[in-house]
Design a protein around this ligand. Structure first.
Ligand code: ZN
Length: 271
């Protein structure tokens, strides 16, 4: 579950003159999945008074719980705030990506002689990507509708975790549509997602583990409707969903299943 931590705390770090900007984890290209995303240009906008007010608002926001986003505006380690725009480019397919976010000046390091923190850098936290990175791998055979909602969730992840969780929840509804699990009762009433997942289990004997995963994702999706979803919970839901999609639509899984079915049918070697 390494990804849980790395996406949850994802940021860029810039040196003191913004000459070198490095992502905290390799950023996959949304188009070709290559990891050679390069910085092309960075710009930043400073309005210290507005930023102090914004920092205060972020600090009190019920929606943003991660510490890095809650700018430590009272800390001596933070000495500057602002908005920034980064232009990124894929080194393989040349896709240009714009990222808008916030930065804060950060002081770090320890001098053994003076005992002072002394090294200045900037930490940049994305709030928007023009084309966001895929937070999980989506197998090519994943139904297009499901993929579309997940792309949408990747956009929202950076600015609104509750809405992001909601999109993930919808993607499960669509996954169950793909399996032709009814949305409505014969009498016309709507079937709750929880019951639809149970129906999926009934129809797909042996899929208990996948059903349990879908249920766990559903709980996180439900939290999205109540505006109390954390980035960590969303990332955990993504990891469970990724496993469901890989097991259902992944090529590797399909090939293994063919081998497994063949051997079981022959009660021995497939040759
Ligand atoms: Zn690319």
């Amino acid at each position: 579950m390494d990804n849980v931590d790395t996406w949850e705390k994802f940021h860029f770090e810039a040196d003191s003159d913004w000459g070198k900007i490095t992502p905290s984890k390799p950023l996959p290209c949304p188009k070709c999945s290559d990891l050679r995303i390069e910085m092309q240009q960075a710009d930043f906008i400073r309005d210290p008074d507005a930023e102090w007010r914004r920092a205060e608002r972020i600090q009190n926001s019920p929606y943003i719980e991660d510490l890095e986003d809650k700018i430590e505006f009272e800390s001596d380690l933070t000495w500057d705030f602002g908005e920034c725009i980064l232009r990124l480019k894929c080194g393989k397919c040349s896709l240009s990506i714009f990222c808008i976010g916030r930065y804060r000046g950060h002081r770090q390091g320890y001098d053994s002689l003076y005992g002072e923190v002394f090294q200045d850098s900037f930490l940049l936290y994305p709030r928007f990507f023009s084309t966001p990175p895929n937070i999980i791998d989506l197998p090519k055979k994943t139904p297009q509708e499901v993929t579309n909602y997940l792309f949408n969730s990747f956009e929202l992840y950076w600015c609104d975790t509750a809405s992001c969780a909601n999109k993930i929840r919808i993607s499960i509804e669509l996954l169950l549509d793909y399996y032709k699990i009814p949305r409505t009762k014969p009498t016309g009433g709507k079937i709750a997602l929880h019951n639809r997942i149970e129906d999926y289990l009934k129809n797909k004997a042996g899929k208990k583990r996948l059903s349990q995963r879908l249920l766990a994702i559903k709980w996180i999706g439900n939290e999205g409707s109540h505006l109390d979803t954390t980035r960590r919970s969303v990332i955990e839901a993504y990891k469970l969903l990724e496993d469901v999609l890989v097991k259902t639509f992944g090529e590797k899984e399909k090939k293994l299943k063919e081998i497994e079915d063949g051997i079981n049918a022959n009660k021995g070697s497939r040759n």
